[in-house]
Design a binder for this molecule. Structure first.
Ligand code: NAD
Ligand code: UDP
Length: 311
């Protein structure tokens, strides 16, 4: 039986990934320091003998027998990663080094959860993997953007220097059940506001775009990426190329949730990317025809149901 470590396994994406890996018959070790993760996310797996929880900060080294490592530990929403920017960059860099050292010691495969943020405020649209990005190295998002860029560098240097089988995926905005109601991300914010009858906050004029991927599509892409041949490192974009303005998203949330909330406009945060859309040609070719299956309308309905149940 394959033994798999998921760092950040009690978070939004990590907990869905743990569930899927258990369903595939793997032994799963979930490592988390519960900075933004929650026991509620993994409660359903606690009685499963193939699930282990290790409470640990990835900034400190760890030693576990594993065949594969999914490195997700890192706060992901702007308010969480900006809360203690130095800690965020330490997690990105030290956490990745510690995970890669473990991969060397155990001859394990290592998948890095990178991000579309490595493209910054992109000057190329849609974003291809060979675009090097437009990132402000000294702005309020840099702790995350540059931390994740450095983590990609570390993966490739461990690959070239130590022969680690690395897999880099660049995840585009992903949403679904188990997002935190107060994590400040646009989908969770707007759904919670709509369900509470509060105004939906649109930052700027709402003309900026994002491409929203449902969690199940991402998890499928992650498993397929881990299963690729040892010589394939990526990076590969994993996202849904359907692009929406933030104003369109707000209107869709209002319609599906049948909310009477109004829309209010607030100041646009610094360095907020104007457009974002993945080119997923490489993922289609390399991940056995992987394709996002869940349209935004369906994914939002499922996510709204989740938030109705927790609010
Ligand atoms: P999340 O905040 O829900 O999950 C992150 C998890 O990592 C949490 O459980 C948190 O407690 C844990 N963690 C943070 N610092 C840690 C540390 N030092 N030691 C141990 N555990 C630590 O966020 P998420 O949306 O599930 O994101 C998971 C990963 O995917 C992150 O690496 C993020 O950068 C990446 N990602 C997410 C998105 C997205 O849209 N959700 C997009 C691009 C990339
Ligand atoms: N946003 C918004 N209202 C909110 C939260 C976010 O209009 O309540 C905007 C934000 O300015 C950005 C987009 O929605 O343009 C996506 O924000 P999020 O924080 O979810 O992700 P990221 O900016 O990291 O892609």
């Amino acid at each position: 039986m394959k033994k798999i470590l998921v760092t950040g396994g009690a978070g939004f994406i990590g907990s869905h990934l743990c569930g899927r890996l258990l369903a595939e018959g793997c032994h799963v070790v979930c490592m988390d320091n519960f900075f933004t993760g929650s026991c509620d996310n993994i409660r359903g797996y606690m009685d499963n003998p193939e699930f282990e929880l290790v409470e640990h900060n990835v900034q400190q080294p760890f030693d576990i027998d594993v065949d594969e490592i999914y490195n997700l530990a890192c706060p992901a929403s702007p308010i969480h990663y900006q809360y203690d920017a130095i800690d965020t960059i330490r997690t990105c860099i030290l956490g990745t080094i510690n995970g890669l050292d473990l991969a060397v010691a155990k001859n394990a495969k290592f998948l890095q959860a990178s991000t579309s943020e490595v493209y910054g405020d992109p000057l190329v649209h849609p974003q291809f993997e060979n675009y090097w990005g437009n990132v402000n190295p000294v702005g309020i998002r840099s702790c995350y953007d540059e931390g994740k860029r450095c983590a990609e560098t570390l993966c490739m240097d461990y690959h070239r220097q130590c022969g680690v089988k690395v897999k880099i995926i660049r995840i585009f905005n992903t949403y679904g059940p188990r997002m935190l109601p107060d994590d400040g991300r646009v989908v969770s914010n707007m759904i919670v506001q709509a369900l509470k009858g509060e105004p939906l906050t649109v930052f700027g004029n709402g003309g900026q775009t994002r491409s929203f991927q449902y969690i199940d599509d991402l998890v499928e892409g992650m498993l397929r990426m881990m299963a690729t041949g040892d010589d394939f490192t990526g990076p590969v974009n994993i996202g849904n190329p359907s692009e929406f303005t933030i104003l369109e998203l707000a209107q869709l949330v209002l319609e599906i949730s049948e909310s009477k909330s109004r829309i209010v406009f607030k100041e646009l945060p610094a360095d907020d990317p104007k457009r974002r859309k993945p080119d997923i040609g490489l993922a289609r070719r390399m991940l056995q025809g992987w394709e996002p299956r869940v349209p935004l309308r369906n994914g939002l309905s499922q996510t709204i149901e989740f938030f109705r149940s927790v609010l």
